[in-house]
Ligand binder design. Structure first.
Ligand code: AMP
Length: 313
């Protein structure tokens, strides 16, 4: 079996999350970087997931992924194994996730093996996961058109050298502003983005939570605003759904020009803004393509401004 054109291969965590926010809490809810990004990307392009769960992972979650036409043949289910678990909370600053507990469980011994067709996937998203696993996936790929990666403080602290190795081999890196500063030691986000570009990726996207996202592409910049939501239930998965929307849109266009990347940043922002409206992946379950189009238009309106009034300048 070969890969469908413009398909996206995603490797990342598949999790059961326990999360508390000022709006409420959930226990052992569907989460994980691969699940959020895979579902977000599935609104745009065919998706294959590679990951691992234990046999405590509810069948209903796998059925939900399959209902989004996500190919889950690359998901290993370990008999007697326990699924990766993350527990965290957010205070009133919803940009800061406080981790209470990370249990790698089945991820501790996971060695991803790509199914035959997956190796030819043109678009690859190495979602937040152990950078050594990201590298193992990358070395199995044949000739991907675009490789995108994400990470988090847990791996910047724990495996910085492995992470730098992955950065050497990717086209686009996502990081939030705090992570970019932490990895590069630069206080300025602009300097941090440039330092990341010097490590390998020619494009760097800095996510600034409720303050939008910045794209650094070679010497060019683009800034996307965030959507002014009145109520945020749970910021978990905002970064992953952003990345999923981004790579899904790029894959659907099968084009990596700057103009497509700028639109992809807006689609990523649209997906993240919907995702945070409810806990876990719940908002993505009911989301429609019309909803996505409506919010894309709203973003365009928010970011619009007139050209310089030469007479007044
Ligand atoms: P974010 O998009 O950054 O909010 O990512 C949230 C997701 O990251 C949660 O659903 C967690 O299950 C997952 N996660 C948390 N810690 C880790 C980790 N160390 N490695 C991989 N995934 C993680």
């Amino acid at each position: 079996m070969t890969s469908p054109p413009s398909s996206v291969l995603i490797v990342g965590s598949m999790a059961l999350d326990s999360v508390r926010t000022p709006a409420g809490e959930v226990k052992d809810a569907l989460g994980g970087s691969a699940d959020y990004s895979g579902v977000a990307a599935s609104f745009f392009a065919p998706v294959r997931l590679v990951g691992v769960v234990g046999d405590d992972f509810p069948r209903a979650h796998l059925d939900f992924l399959a209902s989004r036409h996500i190919d889950i043949t690359g998901v290993q289910i370990v008999p007697g194994g326990k699924t990766f678990r993350w527990a965290g909370y957010y205070d009133f600053d919803l940009n800061i996730a406080h981790t209470l507990d990370t249990q790698l469980n089945v991820f501790a011994d996971f060695a991803p093996t790509l199914p035959e067709g997956a190796k030819q996937s043109p678009y690859v998203f190495l979602a937040n996961i152990d950078p050594e696993l990201q590298m193992q996936v990358l070395t199995q790929m044949e000739t991907p058109k675009l490789v995108v990666m994400d990470t988090m403080n847990f791996w910047i602290d724990g495996k910085p050298d492995a992470l730098r190795d992955v950065l050497k081999h990717v086209d686009i890196a996502f990081m939030n502003d705090a992570e970019a500063r932490q990895l590069t030691g630069k206080l300025s986000v602009v300097k941090a983005a440039k330092a990341l570009q010097a490590l390998g990726p020619k494009t760097v996207i800095i996510k600034k939570g409720e303050h939008g996202a910045l794209l650094f592409h070679k010497d060019e910049h683009f800034a996307a605003p965030s959507y002014p939501l009145e109520d945020i239930a749970d910021p978990t998965g905002a970064g992953d759904s952003f990345a999923g929307g981004f790579i899904g849109y790029v894959a659907a266009c099968d084009d990596v020009s700057l103009s497509t990347l700028r639109k992809a940043v807006v689609y990523g922002s649209v997906m993240a803004s919907y995702n945070v409206e409810d806990f876990s992946l719940n908002r993505l379950r009911t989301l429609t393509k019309d909803d996505i189009a409506a919010r894309y238009r709203a973003f365009k309106q928010i970011a619009y401004f007139e050209a310089l009034d030469e007479a007044a300048a």
